[in-house]
Write a protein that binds this ligand. Structure first.
Ligand code: OFO
Length: 170
């Protein structure tokens, strides 16, 4: 049977992954109606990835004798200043997710639940990768400036990134 404290922390993380999926879905929808089809595609793919992160945690917890009870979610933001605003918010959100994963790891470790600590290694590495992806995208924004041509190319690049992500399941 899984430790109750660890179970509670895992349920909290499941909620955060589900909320992340909604946040990126909302951003994708905004991109789609605001002339950024590539960014929309990238964000839809990313929303799917978060759902996968959530499902992975649910099946792990249930498999270990716990019960992954889903929690109520908040309404995601649906208005953004521009595309840069969207990606700045994503990086901030991912930094928050990283903190949450680290705290979860700490709880599992302190409770001597080394199986869960080991399982969470995947999430720790995933967060390093995600933060680096979003920092890279923000660097490209800096290069593109606010010019329409630059943003058009960036949107195309995001579409290519979405296709690559979907292929690797990253
Ligand atoms: Fe955005 O990553 Fe989940 O954990």
């Amino acid at each position: 049977m899984i430790n109750k404290k660890v179970e509670k922390a895992l349920i909290n993380q499941i909620k955060l992954e589900e909320q992340s999926s909604r946040i990126y879905m909302s951003m994708a929808s905004w991109g789609e109606v605001n002339g950024f089809p590539g960014a929309a595609k990238f964000l839809y793919t990313h929303s799917d990835e978060e759902r996968m992160h959530m499902t992975k945690l649910i099946t792990y917890l249930n498999d270990k004798g716990g019960y992954a009870v889903l929690q109520p979610l908040e309404m995601p933001q649906n208005k953004f200043k521009n595309l840069l605003d969207v990606f700045e918010q994503i990086l901030k959100h991912e930094e928050f997710v990283t903190e949450s994963i680290n705290k979860l790891f700490e709880i599992a470790f302190n409770e001597k639940d080394f199986t869960t600590s080991q399982f969470l290694q995947w999430y720790i590495e995933e967060q390093i990768e995600e933060e680096s992806t979003f920092k890279g995208i923000l660097d490209k924004f800096r290069l593109a400036g606010n010019q329409t041509g630059g943003l058009f190319h960036l949107d195309k690049e995001l579409e290519t990134l979405a296709i690559a992500d979907a292929a690797t399941g990253a």
